[in-house]
Design a protein. Structure first.
Length: 183
């Protein structure tokens, strides 16, 4: 297992968003050479940079023995298994509506700057829907290479990017107990 924290961003804005997130969490629980260690609350968020419906977002922490590239490949496979179509047409798959989106945000202190793969996630410090759930799980976590804490990044986004609307709905268990979720 990796010695550093590994975090995955989850999002859904198509179909039954709650079921999609629950299915993704269950898949992460049973993923090879990995262990789900933490799950943030579920946040409803406005879309950023796309015209689509509201997203549900969360962040999961895992411990894993998979390399960053192998983990990314596994996440993409999970997306595919859940019906995510990564299309080349703008607004379909990659930038628009999606059943599930699984983004590898951080893999310990690992930094990768390849054309097709970047760690930490290159846009995470600009997205409230990532930073607020991450700050919930690990407020003092330092984001490489800047060294800014998740808490500080989330607070800055709340102050300087209010157009990124976000609302915490509760934990998955709390939501399941309410009328907003059907199994």
């Amino acid at each position: 297992m990796t010695s550093g924290a590994v975090y995955i961003g989850l999002g859904s804005n198509l179909g039954d968003r709650f079921v999609a997130l629950e299915t993704a969490f269950q898949s992460l629980k049973v993923m090879e050479d990995s262990q789900l260690t933490a799950v943030s609350g579920i946040y409803e968020t406005s879309p950023v940079g796309v015209n689509s419906g509201l997203f549900l977002n969360a962040v999961a922490g895992i411990a894993t023995g998979l390399s960053p590239r192998r983990l990314l490949a596994r996440l993409l496979s999970l997306e595919n298994d859940m019906g995510r179509a990564r299309g080349k047409v703008r607004g379909i798959g990659s930038k628009g509506a999606r059943v599930i989106d699984l983004d590898l945000l951080l893999y310990g202190d690992t930094e990768i700057h390849d054309r097709d793969f970047q760690l930490p996630h290159p846009r995470m410090l600009h997205r409230r829907f990532v930073m607020e759930p991450l700050a919930e799980l690990a407020p003092d976590l330092k984001i490489p290479p800047s060294g800014i804490s998740a808490r500080t990044a989330a607070a800055r986004l709340a102050k300087y990017s209010p157009e990124q609307e976000i609302r915490r709905l509760g934990t998955l268990e709390e939501i399941k107990e309410s009328s907003r979720f059907e199994v």
